[in-house]
Design a protein around this ligand. Structure first.
Ligand SMILES: NC(=O)c1ccc[n+]([C@@H]2O[C@H](COP(=O)([O-])OP(=O)(O)OC[C@H]3O[C@@H](n4cnc5c(N)ncnc54)[C@H](O)[C@@H]3O)[C@@H](O)[C@H]2O)c1
Length: 266
């Protein structure tokens, strides 16, 4: 039989998909990032979460357990991210996975968009992603993985969410170009795009828009509008991220994986 032209890793499969790997997850103190950190540690990784506030990081680390640690770092400040990666290298001696998750979104209809809203949204969601990924490149080994958290808003921005949708479309384009820039490095890069996820930030946005007493009904109604009949648990994004981070996705790069219960696919 002719030899296969493809060389797949022949090492025995690790018991856990991310066994021994070290991952940095930005904005990991709450919501989707926290769900990803939980699933990464369950999959055998050490999760280093970064966020803006020490108290929020401490609470998240206490909730996840010993395979999680926290570093205060603002993704909009390159110096913060460089310092965070220095700490990761000193403490762990390696970095295998980077999840650029920190993101913000505010209702801003055309006609009422301020310069401040534009700058803040693109600072965190676009510039922040760039300066999360770029300083990590020299640390990531062949087989390393970058996951950028996008949104269904990249292809279907809701009314009043042009800034948010535009910033998510921007990072989608970043990744298409970046996989060419890193050709030959063995580093994979993908977008993971949630639809609605049941997070504190989603619930407080709904409370602000519709009143606290309407939140449960609004969450139910968002779920009913979804082919799956519900919105996501943050850990479901975590499980999709485990796939993209691990060797099971060894030939998957440059995609936008929608973990949206089908919401933006119909
Ligand atoms: N929740 C949803 O329904 C949903 C849907 C689609 C996409 N997303 C995306 O998922 C990601 C996480 O969103 P979430 O819903 O978990 O929000 P969240 O507000 O619960 O969590 C975001 C975290 O990022 C942190 N953060 C904000 N600015 C930061 C900065 N400059 N530097 C470092 N950390 C910062 C916050 O403190 C917070 O802990 C975002 O990229 C968001 O666009 C969320």
């Amino acid at each position: 039989m002719p030899a296969s032209p493809t060389t797949l890793p022949t090492a025995p499969a690790a018991a856990l998909p991310l066994e021994g790997k070290v991952a940095v997850i930005t904005g990991g103190a709450s919501g989707v990032g926290l769900g990803i950190a939980r699933e990464f540690t369950a999959a055998g990784a050490h999760a280093v979460i970064t966020d803006l506030r020490q108290d929020a990081l401490d609470a998240a680390v206490a909730a996840i357990g010993p395979n999680c640690s926290g570093i205060v770092a603002d993704v909009t400040r390159l110096a913060d991210m460089e310092a965070a990666y220095r700490q990761v290298t000193e403490r762990h001696g390696r970095l295998d996975v980077v999840v650029a998750n920190a993101g913000i979104g505010a209702h801003a209809p055309l006609g009422a968009i301020t310069e401040e809203q534009f700058e803040r949204t693109f600072d965190v969601n676009a510039k922040g992603v760039l300066f999360t990924v770029q300083p990590a490149l020299e640390l990531l080994p062949p087989g390393g993985a970058v996951i950028v958290i996008g949104s269904t808003a990249s292809i279907r921005p809701p009314r009043g969410m042009s800034l948010y949708g535009g910033s998510k479309a921007a990072v989608r384009a970043f990744v298409r170009a970046w996989i060419q820039d890193v050709k030959g490095s063995g580093i994979r890069m993908n977008i993971l795009s949630p639809g609605a996820v049941d997070t504190d930030s989603l619930r407080s946005a709904l409370a602000m828009a519709q009143g606290a007493e309407q939140v449960e009904a609004a969450v139910r109604s968002m779920g009913e509008g979804n082919p799956t009949g519900r919105i996501a648990d943050p850990r479901e994004l975590g499980r999709a991220a485990v796939f993209l981070a691990g060797d099971a996705a060894s030939f998957v790069t440059g995609i936008e994986l929608f973990a949206d219960g089908g919401m933006a696919q119909v």
